[in-house]
Design a protein around this ligand. Structure first.
Ligand code: PHB
Length: 384
């Protein structure tokens, strides 16, 4: 009677020993550690590590070894930086980054080398458009998506004339496009687009222009330290009292402490919100807060989900990340059980997800409704 049990136990022990004998999976974080997006990179890393820690520090029985490169959100250094992870460190998977311009270079390098790339923020439409590939997966959004959701939200509020303002690079341009598309479908019109180069924060001349145009609403794309300053400057210029400021939720996520009273009452659209009252989100937030003495934000959620995606691929391949087809097939079929709510990945590997309407109350982006349910990115130009 005891013999089969003992044999099974011995087999299980052998399997565990085998797993432990295998080298760790090398995860290369390419994220901003300095500059205007530094805090965003930090939240992504914290979120990723939280998920791995919740699995006991291993995925599919394999230890995880981390490598790190500070990309400085600088596209001109991106190819050199990503090659440090691909060629020097020979990582199994790259996780990064925040900035769309940097991420575009990473996607090209991933396509050339075949290295697995999981994008935990950067929304560049092309990554799940013309640059889409089996080995490139995104756990965040495409720039078009939150822009589009904000356009739906603004049109529903009855605004007719909008001014858009954003940093003049892929993220700003593409979220501005998404906004204009939905806003005009809803009967509004973007009468002017104002831009400044990333990561400039000299907003004064543009705020003066907004005051002269007197639109019904202003749509903005800024994030991180730049978003903190823009919202404060908008208020200090006296515009908050007369022209409502809306945005994709990056405008107020992770920066409410810095924005203080200037952000109160602002409405934004995003695929995450504070106070999503589900067991999944509550457990995630509690664990995060206890570990870091800090509330998580959308960036932490995207990092957490990047680790979930990696875990699913590894589980399907018994930890053998070189079994690329099986890895990708499992990820394509998965439902990501995210703190933001469950979602699937499109054929282009971008989240198909809900976009919430959020309102700033105190130190929270409180969910007050849904702008668009189950919004896929159009994935224009993706052939795979
Ligand atoms: C981007 O560059 O794609 C980007 C950066 C920061 C955000 C969102 C998008 O918060």
């Amino acid at each position: 009677m005891l013999k089969p049990v003992l044999a099974a136990l011995a087999l299980a022990a052998a399997a565990t020993a085998h797993a432990q004998n295998r080298p760790p999976i090398k995860v290369g974080f390419m994220l901003p550690a300095t500059g205007t997006f530094a805090a965003l990179g930090d939240m992504i890393e914290k979120g990723f590590k939280q998920y791995v820690d919740e699995q006991g520090g291993t995925l599919a029985g394999r230890q995880i070894q981390y490598f790190k490169v500070d990309d400085e959100s600088d596209p001109s250094k991106a190819t050199d930086n990503v090659n440090k992870l691909i060629k020097r460190d020979q990582v199994d998977v790259i996780v990064g980054t925040v900035h769309s311009g940097v991420a575009l270079a990473m996607a090209r390098a991933a396509r050339e080398s075949g290295t697995l790339l999981i994008v935990p923020n950067a929304g560049a439409d092309a990554i799940t458009g013309p640059l889409c590939a089996p080995n490139i997966i995104r756990s965040s959004f495409s720039n078009w998506q939150p822009g589009y959701a904000a356009g739906v939200m603004a049109a529903q509020k009855g605004y007719k004339r909008a001014v858009s303002i954003y940093w003049n690079y892929a993220a700003g341009q593409e979220s501005g496009k998404g906004f204009a598309e939905a806003f005009s479908k809803g009967g509004g019109q973007v009468v002017k687009e104002l831009t400044l180069p990333f990561p400039n924060v000299e907003f004064q001349a543009l705020l003066t222009e907004i005051a002269a145009i007197k639109p019904d609403v202003v749509f903005a794309f800024f994030a991180g330290a730049g978003a903190a300053k823009f919202v404060k400057d908008y208020d200090a210029a006296g515009l908050k009292r007369t022209i409502p400021l809306v945005g994709s939720g990056f405008l107020t996520d992770g920066v409410l402490e810095a924005q203080g009273a200037s952000a109160q009452g602002m409405m934004t659209a995003l695929h995450y919100a504070d106070g999503i009252d589900t067991p999944r989100n509550n457990a995630f937030r509690t664990k995060f807060a206890v570990t870091h003495k800090l509330n998580p934000d959308v960036y932490a959620v995207q990092g957490y989900d990047a680790a979930q995606i990696l875990a699913t691929g590894l589980a399907a391949t018994q930890g053998d990340i070189t079994k690329r087809d099986a890895f990708v097939a499992a990820v394509r079929k998965m439902t990501v059980d995210s703190p933001r709510g469950k979602y699937t990945l499109s054929a282009a590997h971008n989240p198909v997800q809900d976009f919430y309407v959020r309102e700033v109350k105190g130190r929270e982006n409180v969910m007050t409704g849904t702008a668009v349910k189950v919004l896929p990115d159009p994935a224009r130009g993706c052939r795979m």
